[in-house]
Ligand binder design. Sequence first.
Ligand SMILES: Cc1cc2nc3c(=O)[nH]c(=O)nc-3n(C[C@H](O)[C@H](O)[C@H](O)COP(=O)(O)O)c2cc1C
Length: 511
Amino acid sequence: MKEQMTAVQAFVMNFLELSVLLLAFALGIGLLAIAYMYVVDITQKEQTIRRNYPVIGRFRYFFEHLGEFFRQYFFALDREELPFNRAQRSWVYRAAKNIDSTVAFGSTNPLNIPGDFIFLNGLFPPLDEEVNGRSPIHFGQGFARIPFCTTSFFNISAMSFGALSAPAISALSFGAKGAGIWMNTGEGAISPYHYEGQCDIIFQIGTAKYGVRDVQGRLSDDKLRDIASHENVRMFEIKLSQGAKPGKGGILPAAKVTQVIASTRGIPVGESSISPNRHPDIHNLDELLTMIHRVREITGKPTGMKCVIGQSEWLDEFCQKVHERGMDYAPDFITVDSADGGTGAAPQSLIDYMGLPIKRSLPMVVDKLNEYGLKGRIRVICSGKMINPAGVAAALCLGADCVNSARGFMFALGCIQALQCNKNTCPTGITTHDKDLQRGLDPTDKALRVTSYASNLMHEVEVIAHSCGVAEPMLLGRQHAQIINEQGLPEAMSDVYPDVATLPQYLRTGQ
Ligand SMILES: Cc1cc2nc3c(=O)[nH]c(=O)nc-3n(C[C@H](O)[C@H](O)[C@H](O)COP(=O)(O)O)c2cc1C
C-alpha cells in the first residue's frame, strides 16, 4: 500500500514537473517570439504604428482585418466615420500602397445620398489608342517673367512645417517629385526639408509672412527675391483665408514650436505662433491687386491667392477692378478652399459653421470668372475633402483646372485619423515634433506611397473621363455629371449649376 502511494506520488510529481517545464518552455518561446516581433517591428519601415508601438501595434492591423468580418454585426458601416469614412480612406491606403484598387461583388454606395455626384458614361468610350496624354496647365503665361506649366491636375495642398513634422515634409517633397506634382509650403515658410526631393514648390505667403518678413513683420522684397531665386519655387500664393478657420490666423501651439521651426519662421522657441486674422497691409480689393502685382513683379513668378468663399458680393467688384487696372493685376490663380477643409488647429465654431462648401463656392467662382471673361486668364484651383478620384473628377466637371489635397496626402503618409494634429501626440509621426513618434515615419518608404497615391488617383480620374467618352480629364464638363437631389434622384449638374457663360443674354442681364 505504502509502495503504491509512493508510485502515485512520484507520478504526480513527475507530471507536475513536466507541466512546469512545458509551461516554462512555452513561456520562453512566447517571450522569444515577442522579442523577435519587437525587433522586426522597430526595424521595419513600412508601418509607422508598428515601428512606434512595437508588438502591440500589430493588434491595430489584426483588428482592422477582423473588422471586415465583424463590422456588419457590431460596428460602423463603410460610409459612417467622419470626417473621412472607411471607404474613402481605404481607397487612399490601397492606392498609396500600390495594391489592387478593384473591389468585388458590388457597390456599397447607395447612389441616393443628396449632394453626391454620379458621372454619365458615354455610349462609345475612347479606345486606349484614342485617349490623350495630360494637357499642360499654364500659369502666368504672358504675365510672369518665369511662367509655370504642369501636367499635374492633383497636387499637395498647403500644410506648414510646424503643423507637419520634418520627416513628413521630407517624404512629401520626394513623393511629389516622383509623381511630378507640386507641394505647397503652407504659411510656415520654407525649410531645407521642402527642397530635399527637388519637387515643384508653391510658396505660400501667410498673414504673418513667415519666411519673407522684415524685422517689423512687413513683407520684405529682398527675402521674396531670395526665395524666388530657388528654381524649385515655381509660384507664390497669398493666403487670405482657409476653409477650416476663415477670419482666423494660423495657430501653432507652443508645444510644437521647436528650435528648427522657430528659426524657419523667425519667431521665439516654445511660444505659440499665432498669425494675424488678415494681412495687415491688405484692407481692400485694390490693395489685394496691388500686392499680387508687387509679388509677381519682384519674384518674376506666377502669383495667386487662396481663400474660402463666404459673402460673395466682392467677386463682381473684384472682376471689375481687374478689368479697370489691367490683366497685370489679376491673380494667375485663385485657390478656392472648402468650408470643410482641414487644419492643424482651429476653433470648433469656425471649423463647423463658417464659410461655403466647395460644391457651392467652386461653381460660383468659375461662373463669375466666365461671366467677366477672366477664366482664360485666371486658373481655378480648389480643395476640400477631394481625396478620391470621384471628388476630383466632379471638381473638374464643375470647372476647376486643378485640385489640391492636404489630408489625402496625410493618409498616404500613414495618417490613421487619430484627430490629434493640435496636440504634438500624433501616433504616426506626421503632425508631431516628438522624435520618438517621428522615428516610425520612414521618409523613403512614405515618399513612394505619396508618389503612388497621386499617380493612381490621376490615373483613375482618367478612367472616369474615358468612361464619360472624353479623351482626357481636362475635357470633363458639367454635362458629364449629375447631382443627387433631396429626393435621392440624380439631377443634371448643368441644371443645378447653369454655366453663366452659356446662359442666354436675357437670363444673364435680365433684359
Ligand atoms: C495639418 C494641416 C495643416 C494645414 N496648413 C495650412 C496652411 O498652412 N495654409 C493653408 O492655406 N492651408 C492649410 N491647411 C488647409 C489645406 O491646405 C486645405 O486647404 C484643406 O485641408 C482642404 O484640403 P483637404 O480636404 O484635402 O485636407 C492645412 C490643413 C491641414 C490638414
